[in-house]
Write a protein that binds this ligand. Sequence first.
Ligand code: PLP
Length: 418
Amino acid sequence: MKLSAFGEKFTSNSGILSLMDDLGNALASGEEMIMMGGGNPAHIPEVESAFKRRLQRILDNHDEFVRLIGTYDAPQGEKHFIEALVKLLNNRFGWGLTTDNIALTNGSQNAFFILFNLFAGTYSDGTTRQIQLPLAPEYIGYADAGLSQNFFSATRPDIELLEGNLFKYRVDFSQLELGEHTGAVCVSRPTNPTGNVITDDEVARLDAMAQAQKVPLIIDGAYGQPFPNLLFTPATPMWNPNTILCLSLSKLGLPALRTGIVIAREEVIKALSGVNAILSLSPNSAGSMLALEMIRDGSILSLSDNVIRPFYQQRAQVAVDHLRQRLAGYNFHIHKPEGAMFLWLWFEGLPISSLELYSRLKARGVLVVSGHYFFPGMEEEWQHSHECIRVTYTRSPAEVQRGLDIIAEEVIRAFNEG
Ligand code: PLP
């Protein structure tokens, strides 16, 4: 079969494809795998009940039921949901949004594909621009989202070592340069894979640099504020007309309903809606219908703050305590868990690569993700990128502890080999 350049690019081995395949195959294999690889949110009973009750009310009301399954939305997305969200965000943060500032997409993954290709690649004057990732490691799902080559540029972070085997990445502003080659700046906050939350000061500096260069600052809030608010450290949400804030209903508990939310200036929303129409006619309405009442009465915020966030924060703490115990005396570091649902583990000087460690763990029934995938756009070789793994701690504490025991055993075995 002969494929176009597009076909070749999107069928060649991508990190996200192998990751999703790995997860899917492991789930389907029926073998007892401890799944610490994926980004699936935990199944939290209180959250599930809230959505079940809402779904039942929709089923009991014929008009709503028809809206759920039988009507295309406008390409911009479900208009009642957008209206309610505008009110909620303005009340909470005073951002002065109108309904022209929000569009929905089929998951935020889909939004990134559209946004990245709106701002990077080849321009009509023949120049090319890139998406600048100011702090690598960064989300694996960006890596293959560009329609052309050399789509990303990433900056190596500063590493700050902290007490208790912790460390934190910081944006290295001395190395970060925007220029004519920059189409947009993008950062996830909290960051997948590290659980880092870039500070208010870092956000302010990135914002100033992006404004000076007249390019948008894209903030990926898939785990961020105001929902699902998986932040374990103080941070102020930021939006202005130069910011494109992307939110999602996935980590709230609705990943199957594919609902992404983009908050941006009017012309970006218009462009995005146009691409939505071409790619999908209209975005999925199920997620927005299920979450509509929660947005209207604000309970999406209390559910996030009082149920979802504490759930993950507690899981993170259990995982950190357990690893500290099992790896005491070895050269390991954990990125300070400031948010999201992962531990990012750095085994400094490990004699085997993170990919080899991943394979050994998989052979022992534990699925993690090798850290080397998470450096899209970083050209130079960096040993650090082969010394890290990402571990998801959303499964039951007993399962997570069993998984961490095996990780610790394999890491100790590898260190002893060296
Ligand atoms: N951004 C980050 C940082 C993520 O981790 C994910 C999914 O794991 C996404 C975006 C995309 O999520 P979704 O398409 O489900 O909204």
